[in-house]
Design a protein around this ligand. Structure first.
Ligand SMILES: Nc1ncnc2c1ncn2[C@@H]1O[C@H](COP(=O)(O)OP(=O)(O)OP(=O)(O)O)[C@@H](O)[C@H]1O
Length: 451
């Protein structure tokens, strides 16, 4: 039972926008249908000719509407708090903020006020609530120490910038096991080991620690401006909170360590095999490859290298099994282990639709990034729609964003997730606001909501 809820959040007009007029909006409900429809009309005094007197009406797609004077605490209580019990059962829940640049995505998801709990972004408010519950569990059972594993990264194309590790570049890749990994550059270590670190997880054992780590990480968000808007709207920011224990993190580190040891041994085995095979073949004057009469493959050497590789592979397997064992043992008494909340502050939706219909002034690099963002946002819509309509094939591989989110989507098949559409009531933003609502309307209608 996956229910993907669609919320609309209006942001307040700022003083300089007030004179431009406000989009008029009405909400409707259908008997027997908990969802609302929205109709919006641009006022006649709107300055932009292209928006004057326009009107648009949605289907019954929206699960809730959050008004411009509602604070972040209210959003948390309505959208995230009802889902926390599922996370404490070890489930995964995902939240997305979708909207144009400046419409309030970061205000909602991450927040700008780290002092006043009423204005904490959703991720911080959720961390606060989870931390309070975990503190109680830790006091009741001293055999375990539960905390929150925090991961924060920005995704641009297939590169994830690790905000908890100095904006280190990590790459999104699909492994031979079909799983998607986000890993940093290959590091050559002194003893011939090769390490490929996964994206950093900061273990936070108290809310105060998490609060500090998140703030430190967010300082690494790019803030330089482009010709169009802040860089922040050109990347997807992903914040993951996972319920962990120290034993679980140690077990995961062991897996990375064992994998690092396997890399040079595996490479050596491949090198030995290629060397032996190439010595055993010679090229004739006519250019044909034939067996070398003067060389016999040293099969014992090949077998020894393969045996060593198999030994190191089995060490990786053991470490993997140990990790699964730690998880399973903990879950027997505390089902919360592995519970996850994922918050995604999506890149600005203006890349998907031009707000005025006119060509945007962009550098070639921005155009290329814009195309990638379009691909990501369309792919996300298709993934949510395919899941809602229970399609057998979900197009996760259509974009790096959906590849990264795949594990979270797959872990949340029986939980609630939500998208918050952030919209501006400013008359001149009418086209942008309509486009955001249209996107949400399509997702909501695919959820089985009525037209
Ligand atoms: N609901 C709200 N209440 C009060 N202020 C808001 C609200 N929504 C947005 N704002 C303010 O509007 C400004 C723009 O919001 P924000 O940075 O969250 O937009 P954004 O959609 O994340 O933009 P970008 O995609 O460019 O990063 C900020 O100063 C923010 O504090």
């Amino acid at each position: 039972m996956n229910v993907f809820k669609i919320w609309v959040r209006w942001r307040p007009l700022n003083p300089s926008e007030a004179e431009k007029g406000e989009i008029q909006r009405e909400y409707g409900q259908h008997h027997n249908n908990p969802q609302s429809c929205i109709s919006i009309t641009s006022p006649l005094q709107a300055k932009a000719l292209s928006t004057r007197g326009k009107h648009w009406k949605s289907g019954f797609s929206f699960d809730g509407i959050i008004e411009y004077d509602d604070n972040n605490h209210l959003v948390f209580n309505r959208v995230v708090a009802p889902i926390i019990p599922q996370v404490l059962e070890g489930k995964s829940c995902n939240f997305f903020a979708y909207g144009h640049s400046g419409s309030g995505k970061s205000h909602t998801m991450i927040g700008y006020d780290f002092e006043h709990a009423n204005e904490f972004g959703l991720c911080l408010a959720a961390a606060q609530q989870l931390s309070a519950v975990l503190k109680d569990i830790n006091m009741e059972d001293s055999n375990y120490q539960f905390g929150i594993g925090l991961r924060v990264f920005e995704l641009r194309k297939n590169i994830a910038f690790d905000l908890l590790n100095e904006r280190n570049e990590c790459f999104v890749r699909e492994g031979s096991d079909g799983r998607v990994y986000i890993r940093g550059e290959t590091e050559m270590l002194e003893n011939g080991k090769v390490r490929v670190r996964p994206i950093a997880t900061k273990a936070c054992w108290s809310f105060e620690e998490l609060h500090q780590e998140l703030q430190k990480g967010l300082k690494h968000r790019k803030t330089a401006t482009s010709t169009m808007h802040d860089q922040s709207s050109r990347t997807h920011a992903v914040i993951e909170l996972e319920i962990i224990t120290k034993d679980l993190l140690d077990a995961r580190d062991q897996v990375v360590e064992r994998q690092s040891e396997l890399v040079p041994v595996g490479k050596h085995a491949t090198d030995v095999y290629i060397e032996e095979q190439s010595r055993a073949i010679v090229q004739t004057e006519e250019g044909k490859f034939v067996p070398n009469p003067d060389y016999q493959v040293d099969q014992a050497r090949v077998d020894a290298a393969e045996a060593k590789k198999a030994e190191f592979e089995s060490r990786v397997k053991e470490a993997d099994e140990h990790e699964s064992g730690v998880f399973a043992t903990t879950a027997q008494t505390h089902r919360c282990i592995g519970g996850k909340l994922v918050f995604v502050d999506l890149a600005g939706a203006e890349f998907l639709f031009s707000t005025t219909g006119s060509a945007l002034k962009q550098t070639p690099q921005e155009k290329q990034e814009g195309r990638q963002i379009n691909t990501d946002l369309l792919a996300l819509k298709e993934v949510i729609r395919a899941r809602s309509s229970k399609k057998s094939r979900i197009p996760y591989r259509s974009s790096p964003l959906t590849m990264v989110l795949r594990e979270h989507f797959e872990a949340s098949t029986d939980t609630h997730s939500a998208m918050i559409l952030t919209v501006s009531p400013e008359a001149n933003q009418y086209n942008a606001t309509t486009n955001t609502l249209k996107y949400g309307d399509l997702v909501g209608l695919a959820n089985g909501h009525k037209q």
